[in-house]
Write a protein that binds this ligand. Structure first.
Ligand SMILES: Cc1ncc(COP(=O)(O)O)c(C=O)c1O
Length: 375
């Protein structure tokens, strides 16, 4: 059987990794400023995280959501403490897309409405509802088209107000910082206006923190820079450092009903053990603070180069936008300098390093980046 050929692959086969370093099958070492697409939060194969998963697997790997699982309660308690959302509830699932599906479903149940407002350049995942909320027609099939979604421009509060006034809106969904759409940061004033508007019209404000959350921007959630408290916050990626896991944080005003949401694998023992270990490491190693410090260090030390149009983002969620396609630059970084980076669109290098990136590693990137720009 062949693999269904949907991914464009680099000619690299990683076999081992530690911290922000990855080794391939030929023993070549790489510096990882991509974190497996923002998934590696506390660093590859962190010994504390590895031990937590091994220990858990020795005890019990899986049962279903029909029995008590104290690890889910421990994770909810720890996540509440670390994030500042102790009075919210946690529902655990398996991925970012599933978290967004659950968030929108919950908002729709609560309001008995079916319209959702999303934003241009958004990315919320690939499942039916999540992809309908994503501003990319190329990945929306005819089957996905029937959801009632209206796209507004980011930072255009009046457009959102007009749409909400038309009625029937269950939720407004927005990324803490738009990732795949090109590192666009919503204005604090705009987020505050969304929060007020959602309250006024009885719609749920959903913050998609799948990519921007878990400390990446220097606050636990990116929206905390704006001082707002959304109704639902969606999680994925860094939550368990690569063990598949997602979840939603739900404001106290939402009433749970048996059977309202559900999943087979969500909240399983291994995912919870991984996720608890991640929170322990984030706290013990001050990784939220580190993400801000090292991210801002990179930003401040990027070369002043006329080929660079703009640098956007916060902490370790950075986009370097060029006036030209970046594919050759990214290839040179990977194959000549052995540094993994990401992209957003054709003209942007996107950096999503593990939160434990050191200044010395940042310097290695900056030096290589300068050299590649000079080629
Ligand atoms: C902001 C955002 N939301 C949702 C998703 C979807 O997450 P997943 O691929 O885990 O379904 C992504 C993935 O890149 C994302 O960046």
């Amino acid at each position: 059987m062949n693999l269904f050929d949907v991914y464009s692959l680099f000619d690299v086969t990683p076999v081992r990794a530690k911290g922000c370093t990855v080794w391939d099958d030929k023993g070549q070492e790489y510096l990882d400023l991509y974190g497996g697409h923002a998934v590696i939060s506390v660093g590859h194969s962190h010994p504390y995280y590895v031990q937590a998963l091994k220990d858990q697997l020795d005890k019990i790997g899986f049962y279903s959501n029909s029995v008590r699982n104290p690890l889910q309660e421990e994770l909810a308690r720890r996540l509440g403490e670390v994030s500042g959302y102790g009075c919210y509830s946690l529902f655990l699932d398996n991925s970012g897309a599933e978290s967004n599906e659950n968030a929108v479903k919950l908002a729709s149940f609560q309001t008995n409405r079916d319209r959702v407002i999303a934003f241009r350049r958004s990315f919320h995942g690939r499942t039916s509802g999540a992809v309908a909320l994503t501003d990319n027609p190329a990945i929306i099939s005819p089957f996905n088209k029937y959801h009632k979604v209206t796209f507004c421009d980011l930072n255009d509060g009046n457009a959102v107000a007009d749409e909400l006034a038309k009625g029937g809106v269950a939720a407004v969904i927005i990324e803490g910082i738009q990732g795949c759409g090109g590192i666009h940061v919503p204005n604090a004033g705009f987020l505050q206006m969304l929060s007020r508007l959602c309250d006024r019209y009885g719609a749920a404000l959903i913050l998609d923190e799948v990519q921007s959350g878990y400390g990446r921007t220097g606050k636990f959630f990116a929206h905390q820079w704006a001082g707002i408290r959304p109704d639902i916050i969606t999680l994925g990626k860094g939550i368990a450092n690569g063990f598949p896991c997602g979840g939603i944080l739900i404001a106290p005003k939402f009433q749970a009903r048996k059977g309202m949401l559900g999943t087979t694998f969500g909240g399983n023992y291994l995912a919870c053990a991984g996720a608890i270990a991640v929170l322990d490491i984030i706290e013990q190693e001050h990784l939220v603070e580190n993400a801000l410090e090292v991210g801002e260090y990179i930003k401040a030390n990027l070369p002043a180069c006329p080929r660079i149009k703009e640098v956007r983002g916060k902490g370790l969620m950075l986009g370097i936008e060029f006036n030209e396609p970046v594919a050759p630059l990214r290839q040179a970084l990977l194959y000549d300098k052995h540094i993994f980076t990401g992209v957003a669109g054709k003209n942007m290098i996107r950096l999503l390093a593990p939160l434990c990136l050191t200044k010395a590693e940042a310097d290695r990137f900056l030096e290589a980046f300068n050299e590649v720009l000079a080629q």
